[in-house]
Design a protein around this ligand. Structure first.
Ligand code: BGC
Length: 360
């Protein structure tokens, strides 16, 4: 009897040990299956990456190519995908392209509007599909946009006018504006006139010509400059142009009138051609807007927003409909004397390109 009992006990011990062993094994298996689930989850999220749609007005100016490439790589570095379409300055096409991005199921739409008002349609459609919208560089007006990431564009105009009025505190000014369909063009102009107005009021400065440049086309800026020269018998003391592309063609018109390099000209964008003109003396200054910072910041915020994160911005900009949460980066005035420590030091342009191999 005792022997049977002993055997039974031994059997029980073996059974308990085995049970414990399997339980332990079970736990491990469970642990590793947890890991597998995590891995699977990761795999799924790799497959279902956040997708950002980037609807651009144009790739005309040098800067927009940079914006496109930098934004694309910034989004990719954040582990998301990006689909980019550019509309060649065509409102209808931009709306169509944005609709395509929406129907492709992008998680968020980033827009550089060609027309500040017309693109409000896109915002409505995106919101209807539950997609948030970020206004990039240019503000979309009268629409319920979710975020605006740009530079302090009024400051751009102020920097231009501050630089030129320092050189020409009294005289006849020409203002070559941007496209009046672009909210930025209005902000640049506002900034310029904020500085000029007290001098205009004193009678020191007269603005003898002030026109928008339809669609930002340099050929239109050239025609404007010619018109200004003609109407004023070439008696012009300073030119402020809304960007470098328009400044470039204004300078061509000045050259034809024998005035290039004789009167100050301001532009903005820090385009390579403008930096070269500054070094050569036909353009006085430009405004450098570090595009890498804009593209990276916009990409970071867009991806975070697409993931459902709350974006807290201290600034708000009224777009006619709402107070838009905004991030406005500071622009930098660039002339011959700080070229090296700004655009060149930043790697925005190469020294040999700006100076075209010239040893100074
Ligand atoms: C941008 C400028 C650009 C211009 C023409 C503006 O909205 O801020 O940098 O030169 O558009 O494309």
């Amino acid at each position: 009897m005792k022997k049977v009992e002993l055997r039974l006990r031994r059997m029980m011990t073996v059974l308990v040990t085995l049970a414990l062993f399997f339980v332990a094994l079970g736990c491990e298996t469970k642990g590793s299956s947890n890991e597998t689930i995590e891995e699977l989850k990761e795999d799924v999220s790799i497959e279902k990456k956040i997708k950002i749609g980037f609807s651009m007005d144009t790739l005309e100016e040098e800067r927009w190519l940079r914006d496109r490439d930098l934004f694309e790589s910034a989004v990719k570095n954040l582990g998301a995908e990006v689909e980019i379409l550019a509309a060649n300055g065509d409102d209808a096409l931009q709306i169509l392209q944005a609709e395509t991005l929406i129907s492709q199921g992008v998680d968020l739409l980033v827009i550089v509007p060609h027309n500040a008002e017309a693109t409000a349609t896109i915002v409505k459609k995106a919101h209807g599909a539950g997609i948030k919208v970020v206004s990039y560089d240019r503000l979309i007006k009268n629409a319920d946009i979710d975020l605006y990431v740009s530079f302090d564009n009024e400051r751009v105009g102020e920097l231009q006018a501050e630089a030129i009025t320092e050189l020409v505190p009294k005289g006849k000014y020409v203002y070559i504006g941007g496209a009046d369909t672009d909210n930025n063009a209005h902000l640049f102009k506002k900034g310029v006139f904020q500085v000029l107005q007290p001098l205009i009021d004193k009678g020191d400065i007269t603005v003898i010509y002030d026109q928008w440049t339809k669609n930002w086309l340099p050929s239109n800026a050239y025609a404007n400059m010619q018109e200004a020269l003609l109407a004023n018998d070439g008696e012009i003391d300073a030119v402020i142009a809304a960007n470098d592309a328009t400044a470039g063609m204004a300078i061509v018109a000045l050259k034809e009138a024998g005035l290039a390099g004789k009167i100050p000209v301001a532009g903005q964008d820090a385009e390579l051609a403008a930096a070269q003109r500054i070094v050569e003396g036909t353009q006085t200054m430009t405004v450098y807007k570090p595009i890498p910072t804009l593209a990276e910041e916009a990409a970071r915020l867009a991806v975070a927003m697409a993931k459902g994160e709350y974006i807290d911005t201290s600034r708000k900009v009224n777009n006619g409909k709402v107070e838009v949460p905004s991030v406005l980066l500071p622009p930098i005035a660039v002339n011959r004397s700080n070229m090296d420590e700004t655009v060149i030091a930043d790697g925005f342009h190469l020294m040999e390109d700006v100076y075209r191999g010239d040893t100074r």
